[in-house]
Design a protein around this ligand. Structure first.
Ligand code: ZN
Length: 330
């Protein structure tokens, strides 16, 4: 076990050295043609490891983009989804639509002239400036000790990740099964318990604030950018009632079309979560392209099968992320 861990650390260190020297190609003597869709979330001035895995620093983001530009064809999502290709193609996507996308991701994409699709939540429609998983992240930074929810006990496994004591279920996954009012109530109780009120702390808005209509409009005007929907309130749609599912799909589409003046044809499922009912409802709502995270689940007709993506997170180094991207073509 210890030997395995040391070997693994040694391999990571060797790869990092080779990447830094520009000699990493020895690891990938041949590369096959393939299409890969990458998924980012938040780009901050500096990575905040204590907050959640979804953010990376702007310097790391730029390093990734420069590498992709040198080594792959970076194309639009539409091109990958709608045009069969024979090259080594990568499309860049972002989920959630936090304002850091406008402040930090867009300038770097424009600087390097690389296209990207942003899947935006329209939570302002429901009067919310933040998404519940981000509110949870902020609260957990201030939490000391165990957390109790639905007769389960969660503890901090590392950084801001809380898991159930016996099953190892992630706190956030258990919360996904609750309805949004119950989530709000529970987050209020947690805020009381840990003595921190996110709603009273308006600093560091890049870490939590969702883009407003005007900001989405500015984003959509960039020739490098296309906008897709990520629903309204970032609930797990598998657990939503038929009425809520319909509202999440249609209200976000209508609002984004009104704000951008363009057709919104792409939809990315919050948490990458869907089933047959959810995928069919998205098609019925008028979306042409459905985007998930994992490879398409079994019982869906191929025409409704959401595309899968590879997520970039801060739990591994930038060179390890690049290594894993290269492996997708090996
Ligand atoms: Zn999301």
């Amino acid at each position: 076990m210890v030997v395995d861990r040391l070997t693994n650390k040694c391999s990571i260190w060797t790869r990092a050295c080779l990447f830094n020297l520009g000699l990493e190609h020895f690891f990938y003597p041949t590369k096959k043609n393939a299409d890969v869709i990458l998924m980012f979330h938040n780009v901050l001035e500096k990575t905040n490891l204590a907050l959640n895995m979804r953010n990376i620093g702007v310097a790391d983001f730029e390093r990734i983009l420069k590498y992709l530009k040198r080594n792959y064809q970076v194309v639009t999502l539409k091109e990958i989804l709608e045009t069969p290709g024979t090259g080594q193609r990568i499309a860049i996507t972002f989920d959630d639509g936090l304002v850091n996308n406008l402040h930090h991701a867009l300038p770097v994409l424009e600087k390097h002239q690389l296209p990207a699709t942003f899947f935006v939540t329209t939570s302002w429609l429901a009067g919310r400036s933040t998404l519940w998983p981000d509110e949870l992240s902020r609260l957990l930074q201030h939490q000391r000790g165990e957390i109790h929810l639905n007769e389960k006990i969660f503890f901090r496994k590392y950084r801001n990740l809380f898991v159930e004591k016996t099953t190892g279920e992630r706190l956030e996954s258990v919360m996904q099964e609750m309805d949004i009012d119950a989530i709000d109530q529970w987050l209020d109780d947690l805020a009381q318990h840990c003595g921190y009120q996110p709603a009273h702390d308006l600093t560091r808005e890049d870490e939590w604030r969702v883009m407003k209509g005007e900001e989405i409009r500015i984003m959509s005007q960039s020739p490098m950018i296309s906008i897709g929907s990520h629903a309204v309130s970032h609930v797990n749609l598998k657990y939503a009632s038929d009425d809520l599912l319909k509202d999440e799909l249609t209200e976000s589409k209508k609002y984004l079309e009104q704000v951008t003046g363009k057709a919104i044809n792409d939809f990315a499922f919050p948490f990458g979560a869907y089933d047959r009912r959810v995928a069919e409802a998205a098609v019925y709502a008028g979306y042409h392209n459905l985007i998930g995270v994992e490879p398409c689940a079994g019982d869906l007709p191929i025409s409704n099968c959401p595309a899968s993506r590879y997520g970039i997170y801060n739990d591994i180094s930038t060179t390890e992320s690049l290594h894993r991207i290269n492996q997708l073509f090996s």
